[in-house]
Write a new protein. Sequence first.
Lengths: 314, 310
Amino acid sequence: MQYSQRGRLNDQIARAVCFVCAILLVAVIIAVFFFIGSKSFKIFSEGGNPKTFFTIDNWDPTGVNDPNGNPTYGGAGLLLGSIVITLGSIIIVTPLALFTAVFFTEMAPRWLVRLLQPLIEIFTGVPSVVIGFLGLTVLVPLLSRFITPFAASLAIEGATAGYGWGSAILVLVVMVLPTVLSVSIDSLRAVPDGVREASLALGSTRWQMMRKAVIPAASTGLGTAVVLGMTRAIGETLAVALVLNGSSLPDKLFSLGALFQPNVNVTAQIAQNFGEAVGTPAEDAYWTLAFVLLIISFLFICVSRYLASRSVYK
Amino acid sequence: MSTSVSQAAPTPTEEVRTARQRRLIRRLNRNNAIASSLLWLVTAMVTVLFATIIIYIVISGLPAFVTGTFYGTGAGGIAAELFNTFYILILTELFLFPISLAAAIFLVEYTRQGLFVTLIHFAAETLAGVPSLVLGMFGFLLFSIDLHMGISRLAGALTLLCLNFPIALRLFESALNAVPRELREGGLALGATRWRMIRTVVLPSALPGIITGLILTAGKIIGEAAALLFTMGTNNPNDVFTLDPRIASDTLTIHLYYLKQTGIGTSGLGATGEAALDAGLAATLIILLLLINIAARMVGRQIERKLTAA
């Protein structure tokens, strides 16, 4: 009697502890939104204008560039940088990941699958600093060698040619590709074999089967993969910060040269300057940037969840 | 229908039709061949890219590995960073492992699928989507400032807990879900309480999966940098080899970033020495990652053997 009572008490305690741990996860995410949100509207009461924050391209929260030392909070250039490199990389990643995933699930011989699977898994975990380091020591000099002869015609400085959005996009491709690839493979594998067999039985070629049956059946899952890739791309920091290497937008924004000279985005700006800004009025401006990033990633997650909820095969 | 008509009167249109059919088949076969070779090509490209990057990093780090100073505590050494990386790994796992395992146990064993589970999963996905830099700023605000931990190892570990919670939860959930239902029912039918059943039946059966999850989160923790930038700092105090969680310290990843960004030229090694150190740091990280992956795979194989033997 005593024994069973103690057992039941233990069960109750264990249940309560486990419940608290599960609730902790919800508490963390609420705290993230609350803490960053509560900090992020401060600059608008300190002279920052919510309208110009998203329209002006002049990020000068410490006021060093202003003769009177007045700070300017114009994050349009930073946001543009983040959007350009996210879209640029996802445009390259999507076909690569899609083709590889289709090959992987539909055509690859078994020995190749056994070789590729661990490679993708290892690559998903490669630290972003290492990829950034590689971008800095291999990709930037390589791009620079190609670009420097055209530096004059592109109206950019030869010395810093190679840094910028172009290399950031390529670095992000390497960072994001494994993520998109593995989610795509999962969603293609979730399509039951019956779909493939039915299509082949109707006389389709293998390519028709993939294009007309398997890919449409997995479309929502593939969409989820792309959106998750974008979430990863927009939040990627150190790899991008190392190859961007800029402090402001280039003068001629709408030219080919803008891709190959030092440039900015949101995450690199925060990583480089937030530490020094702590304790000064400029700090609040970086909280606003962080909140914008948080909201963008939240929207991406909502889209990916919506897509996932619509998929037929899970 | 059409065959009977054609048998009655073989018209020119019939020849046209078969010719058209043949052309269609040829076109479809050609498309199939083109698409297949394209898929081969793209996959080969991606594979070569991945393999080249990994091999290149390891090889370019080799020169640093043979220098004696690389393993020391001097300017060109990584001993302190290696110690800090493993310190922060263990400290984070001390929080992460029990908390996320308990949360996974609650979701899998104690509650039914429903609104609550959906809510937790939504929270987990949202948290997993928060950029690690933003989570680092959150950790700085909550742990370093509001909870007065300062820039410290403890603040870094707690931030990493928040960052890896969703991943660990998912891994542990799938490990628990892999345990067959009958085992649970058997345990409960013997009159055990749910907790006793979990402790004596579910957890031992799910152990290999749980260990795999633990190893995989270890890889994430070792590779993380952005979240530690503002919570653990980029510099070491003089007495770095202590177990004191209140001191600031850097890790392999942070050190690599620091050397390449703000601290460029500060190590006093000269350009070539610094380049070798950077390459060595990158190679060390990759080798640690490879070891972790191999370990996880070996544990995974162990499960398979166990399942097939049973």
